[in-house]
Write a protein that binds this ligand. Structure first.
Ligand code: SAH
Ligand code: F3S
Length: 487
């Protein structure tokens, strides 16, 4: 039997739409169908949106044909992500013929990027709402109910939705996302996120801890602290990260950075597994690495996108570190957390990338031997610095061939990494039934590697010691030998 649970990690597109369903309050009468694309932040935002709309009389449904309101939370990161959404809108258009009461709203990054233009380009769309405007949804829906189009794409200096308790949608009841920062100030030249999600701001640590405590009380066992750039987290009483210099001495003295936040979270719930994503190498401090090493409940896993192994391309991408500095960080992580898993994001065919630059990427990957990665062919995004200043001059077949080579190196190092687990007994948190076999559980070890093993009498949410007997490049195969001490 083929047990590869998550081969989708090693592909060039991560754009998946998922319909979400669970809100069901008997007092509610209207039906909301909500679908999310792109990054974890979008899925997390949809839970905030569902929470806001539950108070407005909406239950969620998975049936498009009965929906009063259809929301699609969109992604702009690559052109293909936008094309996927446009295709879905065509489908909604067809459904509307049999369900004329249905209204359609677009949320997220595409809404922010296209603004009012969306209404002109896609006749089916009634409402366009940017990532910082979800609290305005009740007003916008009133407008739509009155027969008018509605748009709010205002980006905020301080909106973090910290005061909203997300409704957990399509949850396994075990793992959850907790957002901690919004926006990004890094301005990588290929990336649309700083334009669609605005300036960087951090959420009040107390509201983060409250959410984590609440999740623990509801039975969750693992959380992922989420942000475009989590290592840049900085709470000094509110406001933009870039305005920190103007903060008072008192504010600065009591400021909480990411290392401190991780520590506070680990201490608040010592049995909760803690993960975080995403780390930009230029913002990651050794303090963070040391906190990961210090607390057993912080998982030994760091997602550390590098995008390219060539110093010249890193500079053109405005990634503010060199290849050598990246190696130094990797060496330090391996020294401080010897069994730490590391994963990457990589882009092939950035403008001006030569064969030598590409070879630098391959050799960097050989050095790090990542546990896994997310790899993409460069896609020019309108409005970014790269789009404005650099010609998209690497032919698509060259981009794709380089991508295939990058994926092949990754496949080999993924296999090398999973093989290192074989013969060991590891703590696995059970998340659900294996996709490939009803008789097996699927869970993850601290390094975030998927493991499958026969169910026996164990249950979802149990921490189990599993003896790893075999592996593929993406999945560990084993057998349970008892509950772990954390259970
Ligand atoms: N900090 C973010 C990363 C942004 S997008 C996070 O939290 O995940 C995720 C990945 O998409 C990037 O790391 C990059 O590898 C890829 N990406 C971003 N813009 C891209 C583009 N224009 N073309 C191809 N890949 C891109
Ligand atoms: Fe994008 Fe770079 Fe920020 S990849 S999200 S601008 S760290």
């Amino acid at each position: 039997m083929d047990f590869d649970e998550n081969t989708e990690k090693i592909i060039d597109e991560d754009i998946q739409g998922k319909a979400l369903d669970i809100v069901n309050d008997n007092a509610n009468t209207r039906k909301l169908y909500i679908e999310s694309y792109g990054c974890a932040m979008n899925f997390s935002d949809s839970e905030i949106v569902a929470s806001i709309l539950a108070k407005e009389g909406f239950n969620t449904t998975q049936e498009l044909s009965e929906a009063d309101l259809v929301l699609v939370n969109t992604c702009s990161i690559r052109e293909k992500a936008e094309l996927t959404v446009r295709k879905r809108l065509e489908k909604f258009n067809k459904v509307k013929r049999t369900n004329p009461k249905m209204k359609v709203g677009v949320l997220g990054c595409m809404a922010e990027r296209l603004k009012e233009k969306f209404l002109e380009e896609e006749k089916i769309v009634d409402m366009v709402v940017g990532p910082d405007a979800y609290k305005d949804l009740p007003n916008l829906i009133q407008e739509v109910d009155a027969g008018r189009d509605a748009v709010n794409v205002i980006l905020s200096k301080d909106e973090t939705y910290g005061d909203i308790a997300p409704v957990r949608l399509q949850t396994n009841g075990v793992t959850a996302f907790v957002s901690i920062t919004r926006g990004c100030d890094n301005m990588c030249t290929f990336c649309v996120v700083p334009f669609t999600r605005g300036r960087e701001r951090s959420r009040n640590p107390q509201s983060i801890i409250d959410e984590v405590n609440d999740l623990w009380n509801k039975g969750f066992k693992e959380i992922t602290l989420l942000g475009q750039n989590v290592d840049s987290y900085l709470w000094y009483g509110g406001g933009l990260k870039k305005d920190y210099d103007k903060a008072s001495d008192i504010q600065k003295a009591s400021a909480v950075d990411f290392a401190k936040l991780l520590e506070l979270t680990a201490l608040a719930q010592p049995k909760m597994r803690i993960r975080f994503s995403t780390s930009n190498p230029q913002d990651m401090t050794l303090d963070v690495v040391k906190v990961v090493a210090k607390f057993e409940n912080i998982c030994n896993y760091i997602h550390l996108p590098v995008q390219s192994g060539s110093n010249r391309i890193l500079k053109a991408m405005n990634r503010l570190h060199t290849r050598e500095e990246y190696f130094e960080l990797i060496d330090n992580i391996r020294k401080i957390i010897p069994d730490c898993a590391i994963s990457q994001d990589m882009i092939t065919g950035f403008p001006t990338e030569t064969e030598d630059d590409h070879k630098d990427t391959l050799s960097l990957m050989e050095y790090v031997k990542y546990d896994y990665g997310f790899m993409f062919a460069y896609s020019e995004r309108p409005g970014t610095l790269a789009a404005r200043k650099l010609e998209d001059d690497v032919p698509i077949d060259v981009k794709k061939r380089r991508l295939a080579e990058v994926i092949e190196v990754q496949r080999k190092s993924s296999l090398y990494r999973t093989q290192q687990h074989v013969g060991k007994t590891q703590e696995i948190l059970i998340e659900g039934t294996s996709k490939k076999s009803d008789a097996h559980w699927m869970g993850r070890n601290s390094q975030n590697t998927v493991a499958v093993f026969p169910k026996e009498n164990y249950m979802v949410g149990d921490f189990v010691n599993v003896k790893i007997n075999d592996c593929t490049s993406a999945t560990l195969l084993g057998e349970a030998v008892g509950y772990s001490k954390n259970n």
